[in-house]
Write a protein that binds this ligand. Structure first.
Ligand SMILES: [Zn+2]
Length: 671
């Protein structure tokens, strides 16, 4: 599977376009705070006070603002396309137009109510045996739903040029295993709220209250059993543990309780070839569950999965109930996003590259690509120099690391080859069927890859996504067009700020190739250990320090960051800062720029970094993310890594006694 690792957020200003805002604006800072006591508040304190979270968001930061601007751009594009009444049937314009308009036609959606899924509901009612259950589960997966587990195509982690089938644990309605198993009061309350949500959904579907309550209990009991046999998020971070390639007959031996032959046949893949069974423990557990789970429980569970995966595209009562739980209760959102934004998101997902093509034609200047290429080259050179100078790594491993660095592929802006949507049929009158058609299209595309060579030109994100990623099996870093705009990448800002913002993002993604997960892949993207034992041991000692620093970081009341869960991202942040700062220094050729607004260039580099991560976040959302997100909260991303770096400590005169000061022997020096 693609291990997609991300770098989100941004500092967006000048939204009205009239006033050119400064790259670093003092009015956003709180200079009454000492940088060494709380660098995050020092840089962002005033911004945080003056930017409350709008009701429709669970968090609001520089990233959200850019996302908002992007949605407006995309809506402009869609409206333009929608005005083309004569768009030829089957053309991309017709598909975008009809998909969007069918979603905005609330009258038609309301009239249909639960009808779009009535056929599937009846089929579930008529299931007669375990075999029927397995076949229907596969049918649902063909519709892009994911009851019990996930199926997808991905590069073979030890033979990265080939696509193979992957099975991956799943099937939980709550965000994480912990939510089912933890015994604290908050977790227990959330479980009660979940049962209430399940009950209400069953009632909306047409069950009587008593029956609905029974169905809800059956679902949570079954999911709790799935949770107990699942890997934790931490266990999922180990690429070797999650790589278990086997044939269909080996899978039948490993998990004999599940009718795998029937499953793959129904999926449309009678001979799957090699299968990566990501979590053997989970699929063995599932095999046992097949025997001990009665048909009524299966029916309730599959019905719930159908309702859950459909709710957002059915009538308003379903949409609202879905929001009550997943938006309000779990994330603290107060209001739903307006419908146009939600529909836009669905179209942007289903017809991602079609919309992306229009997006880059309108909003992505060729000059941005050229400047990015230069920046990436500078960062790569700086990283190479740093590797050569490492005092903790043997020459042998350094050589391999340099080879891997040189082999990193770079993708900027948009794919060279656009996805072909000609086989996807979109109709004007039925939103739900369009959603399913798009999902089936995507599923079939994935299915067809299995057993074939990996198409390394493909993109894992659309150009309109405000994000970036490193993909270990392609050994590539990817920067969609949407992240290459101000203020991440600001043609009008001084270099110090740009290196602190987009430069660190580039360095962050490069470092992912050398974090605790990425370092296990070789230059060709295969899980293949190229480290000497001695180097691996030293690396572990260094990263253990980073784990401790983050474990000790308290964000909310007594809630602290999980240093082990976020380790890969934290290594990438620290590496990104070091590499980009070095690249910036080299670009100066020894000439230090003048101060701007009283800040030195070194200071502006770190200010540029810190303002990218400013955000307000609701306590519920923070609690959810601390459990589930592999990224540390913005505040910790600003308040931990720089305090390990000499250049920062010097730039802001941080001293022993300052609240965030880290004694030298506790600092992490890695890349
Ligand atoms: Zn990342």
């Amino acid at each position: 599977m693609l291990i997609i690792v991300t770098a989100l957020s941004v500092f967006a200003e000048g939204k009205d376009g009239n006033t050119m805002e400064k790259a670093i604006d003092k009015k956003n800072m709180d200079t009454s705070v000492k940088p060494g006591d709380n660098f995050y508040d020092y840089v962002n304190g005033s911004w945080i006070k003056t930017h409350p979270i709008p009701p429709e968001y669970s968090q609001y930061g520089a990233f959200t603002i850019l996302y908002e601007e992007n949605q407006e751009k995309l809506q402009t594009l869609i409206k333009k396309v929608s005005a083309e009444e004569n768009a030829a049937k089957g053309s991309v314009a017709q598909k975008i137009r009809d998909f969007y308009n069918s979603g905005m036609n609330t009258e038609a959606v309301e009239k249909l109510g639960v009808k779009p899924i009535q056929k599937q509901l009846n089929e579930i009612d008529n299931l007669k045996s375990k075999e029927d259950v397995v076949a229907f589960l596969a049918t649902m997966q063909r519709m892009g739903m994911a009851p019990v587990f996930n199926f997808f195509s991905g590069a073979d982690q030890r033979n990265s040029t080939m696509e193979i089938a992957n099975l991956y644990q799943g099937g939980l309605g709550l965000p994480d295993v912990d939510y089912y198993l933890n015994e604290d009061e908050t977790s227990a309350k959330l479980r009660d709220a979940y049962i209430d949500h399940l009950t209400r959904m069953f009632v909306l579907k047409g069950e009587k209250q008593k029956q609905a309550e029974k169905s809800a209990k059956a679902v949570i009991n079954f999911e709790t059993k799935l949770a107990k046999t699942s890997f934790t998020r931490l266990e999922q971070r180990d690429p070797v543990k999650n790589y278990n390639k086997m044939t269909l007959s080996e899978l039948n031996e490993t998990a004999p309780g599940f009718e795998w032959n029937l499953y793959f046949k129904t999926l449309g893949l009678e001979n799957p070839g090699d299968i990566n069974v990501s979590q053997v423990k989970f699929f063995k557990g599932l095999s046992d569950l097949m025997d001990e789970t009665d048909l009524e429980t299966w029916k309730a569970y599959l019905t719930w999965n159908l309702l859950d995966a459909s709710a957002n595209y059915l009538s308003e009562d379903f949409v609202k109930q879905n929001f009550e739980f997943y938006g309000k209760t779990l994330s603290g959102q107060q209001e739903m996003q307006p419908r146009w934004k939600r529909v836009l998101g669905v179209v942007s997902n289903g017809l991602g590259e079609a919309l992306g093509q229009l997006y880059v034609e309108e909003y992505f200047p060729a000059s941005s690509k050229e400047r990015m290429v230069t920046l990436v080259n500078n960062l790569r050179a700086a990283f190479g120099d740093r590797i050569k100078q490492l005092d903790w790594m043997t020459e042998e491993t350094k050589g391999k690391a340099l080879e891997k660095l040189a082999a990193i592929t770079v993708k900027i802006g948009y794919p060279d080859k656009w996805r072909d949507y000609s086989k996807l049929e979109i109709i004007p009158e039925n939103y739900f069927s369009n959603v399913i058609a798009a999902r089936e299209f995507s599923f079939n595309r994935d299915l067809n890859k299995i057993g074939k060579p990996v198409d390394k030109t493909e993109w894992g994100m659309t150009p309109q996504t405000v994000n970036a990623y490193y993909n270990p099996s392609n050994n590539e870093i990817v920067f969609p067009a949407a992240i290459l705009q101000p203020p991440f990448f600001n043609p009008d800002a001084d270099d110090a700020v740009n290196y602190g913002a987009i430069g660190v993002v580039i360095g962050h993604e490069m470092t992912h190739g050398f974090d605790d997960q990425g370092r296990q892949y070789d230059k060709d993207g295969n899980l293949n250990d190229w480290w000497t034992d001695e180097d691996a041991k030293r690396f572990k000692e260094k990263t253990d320090k980073l784990v401790t620093l983050y474990d000790n970081y308290i964000v909310l009341d007594s809630l602290h960051v999980n240093g082990s869960l976020t380790l890969g991202e934290n290594i990438a942040d620290l590496g990104g800062l070091n590499i980009s700062y070095e690249a910036y220094q080299k670009s100066l050729n020894g000439e230090m720029p003048k101060e701007i607004d009283g800040f030195t260039a070194a200071q502006r580099f770190y200010l540029g970094y810190a303002q990218v991560w400013r955000q307000n976040i609701r306590p519920k959302e923070m609690a959810r993310r601390l459990k589930t997100d592999v990224h540390s909260p913005g505040e910790a991303r600003v308040n931990v890594p720089p305090f390990n770096i000499d250049a920062f400590i010097e730039a802001f005169a941080v001293k022993d006694g300052d609240r965030l000061f880290i004694p030298e022997d506790e600092r992490a020096y890695i890349w």
